[in-house]
Design a protein around this ligand. Structure first.
Ligand SMILES: *[C@@H]1O[C@H](CO)[C@@H](O)[C@H](O)[C@H]1NC(C)=O
Ligand SMILES: *[C@@H]1O[C@H](CO)[C@@H](O)[C@H](O)[C@H]1NC(C)=O
Ligand SMILES: *[C@@H]1O[C@H](CO)[C@@H](O)[C@H](O)[C@H]1NC(C)=O
Ligand SMILES: *[C@@H]1O[C@H](CO)[C@@H](O)[C@H](O)[C@H]1NC(C)=O
Length: 465
């Protein structure tokens, strides 16, 4: 009996409790507890929206097992036979290689390369540079716009050719840092690019900012802002119905700069391809007063420590390991070289002491035509470094690192056999574009021997003869 009663009384107690739950005091407590939570959540969302760094977490890349397998097959191939680089990983096939060539606006020099002298069938892409950024907009002088249109008109001969305008270039980045800093400025830039692309019938834009976040002055988020620029350009391209255009980026080679400047996974996502500037690995400077190769393919025995990473092979594999797909990597190959003045003309190998740039060319840079004449006039046979697949030549205190048909054959074979997307060449201007070079009396002179050689290797159907 008592059980029943107590049970009943408990029930009464319970309903009483329930009723009390809704009385004024509890409701007050409820509001006191939940309202701050709602306000906190609201503020948090606003902060999250405003703080772009939280929306773009630093990407984490897991290397797919496929790539690990490939990495292993390279090292196997490497150890089995020292010089054998012909060990293609047959996982997937890039059928059409790109040959992306930079063309610089002509100078006043009498033997400068004019747009009408560019072979329309040599490259798959011509990147015309460089435009600057003024008032957050892409900026070209009137005569430069004319040249750009002339290059674009090469497409009437070869309808497959793509012509892009390149923005930036070494030593001109002030425009970029002011432009990327906020959405308004980026929008202005993107609008100007869309207009230029439409008006001058070009196929895209190449961004050559050297380099985002290099000097993190007022803008600590430059790396992120660059990604946002790319994302916004991509969104704009997707919205175009008739004027879809290409977005490409010229990027640094040294691993330290790659880490500092780029969030590679987003570059992979938003660009059509990147061109890795795998050159300028060695040149004379006060902190590097010794000889070295402009663009070695592999490390050489003389490389020690950090210098072992300064070559094409290490760099492009580093890009792959950070999340860039092979098909989007254009491996940069130079047609120009670097000069050095030896401290002691009898000490003339790699890492020989140097006390300045050479006399050849200008400011330590030399194009292939001048190297060719130097070799011809002095009857020099260059030394071919077998490790790095690169030549150098020396006479007296002059020391020159350069590339020729032989070295570029090895490098183009590397691009082909390791299934990268293609090669980028800097530049058409620095090749022997007039065909003035005559090192071998049995061979007929031809314009663009270096770029032609690369093309020949990447494209079985192409012959420079
Ligand atoms: C940038 O804007 C300023 C002020 O509006 C103008 O004077 C200048 O000519 C502009 N520069 C270019 C390259 O358009
Ligand atoms: C963007 O930056 C420019 C300076 O480059 C500044 O004048 C402008 O007010 C900024 N706009 C916004 C919306 O922050
Ligand atoms: C090329 O680079 C890869 C990855 O860094 C390395 O494993 C391989 O040994 C290198 N090949 C040569 C020939 O140096
Ligand atoms: C290359 O040549 C072969 C045979 O000569 C032809 O079948 C093929 O279509 C050509 N490829 C290209 C890309 O022109």
């Amino acid at each position: 009996m008592t059980d029943v009663y107590s049970g009943h009384s408990q029930f009464v107690l319970l309903t009483d409790n329930r009723r009390r739950w809704f009385d004024g005091r509890t409701l007050f407590l409820l509001i006191v507890v939940t309202v701050p939570i709602i306000i906190f959540c609201g503020i948090y969302t606003i902060i999250l929206k405003g703080n772009e760094a939280l929306l773009y977490p630093k990407s984490y890349v897991e290397v797919p097992s496929l790539l690990k397998h490939r990495a292993k097959s390279y090292s196997d191939a490497r150890s089995s036979k020292y010089f054998d680089i012909h060990a293609p990983p047959s996982v997937h096939e890039v059928k059409d290689f790109k040959l992306v060539c930079y063309y610089n606006f002509p100078t006043d020099d009498f033997n400068t390369l004019q747009p009408q002298d560019i072979d329309p069938f040599l490259c798959t892409h011509i990147l015309v540079g460089f435009a600057s950024i003024a008032n957050h907009s892409i900026n070209l002088a009137e005569n430069e716009l004319q040249i750009l249109s002339m290059v674009a008109s090469l497409k009437t001969f070869n309808s497959d050719l793509k012509v892009l305008v390149s923005v930036g270039g070494a030593g001109d980045d002030t425009g970029f840092s002011d432009m990327v800093v906020n959405h308004t400025n980026r929008k202005t830039f993107i609008h100007s690019v869309v207009n230029l692309v439409k008006k001058h019938k070009v196929d895209g834009v190449d961004l050559d900012w050297e380099f985002p976040n290099e000097i993190p002055h007022h803008d600590k988020n430059q790396k992120l802002h660059f990604v946002q620029l790319l994302e916004e350009i991509r969104a704009t391209i997707n919205k175009q119905t008739r004027h879809k255009f290409l977005l490409t980026v010229a990027v640094a080679a040294p691993a330290v700069i790659v880490d500092n400047s780029y969030d590679v996974v987003y570059l992979n996502e938003f660009t059509d391809f990147i061109s890795v500037m795998t050159y300028d690995f060695h040149f004379f400077s006060k902190v590097t007063p010794f000889t070295g190769l402009n663009s070695p393919l592999f490390e050489s025995q003389d490389d020690k420590g950090y210098f072992r990473s300064l070559n094409i092979n290490y760099t492009v594999h580093y890009w792959v390991s950070r999340g860039m797909s092979r098909a989007k990597i254009m491996v940069g190959l130079p047609t120009y070289g670097h000069t050095f003045r030896l401290t002691n003309s009898h000490n003339r190998g790699l890492y020989a002491p140097a006390r300045g740039v050479g006399k050849l060319g200008s400011l330590g840079f030399v194009d292939y035509t001048q190297v060719c004449k130097f070799l011809d006039l002095n009857q020099i046979s260059p030394v071919f470094d077998l490790d790095s697949k690169s030549p150098y030549a020396t006479k007296g205190s002059e020391w020159v690192s350069f590339d020729n048909e032989q070295s570029l054959s090895f490098k183009a074979e590397f691009v082909r056999d390791y299934q990268f997307g293609g090669a980028m060449v800097y530049s058409l201007n620095a090749d022997d574009h007039m065909g003035a070079c005559k090192l071998d009396p049995n061979v007929q002179n031809k314009p663009f021997p270096l770029v032609g050689k690369i093309r020949e290797i990447l494209d079985k159907n192409y012959s420079i003869y």
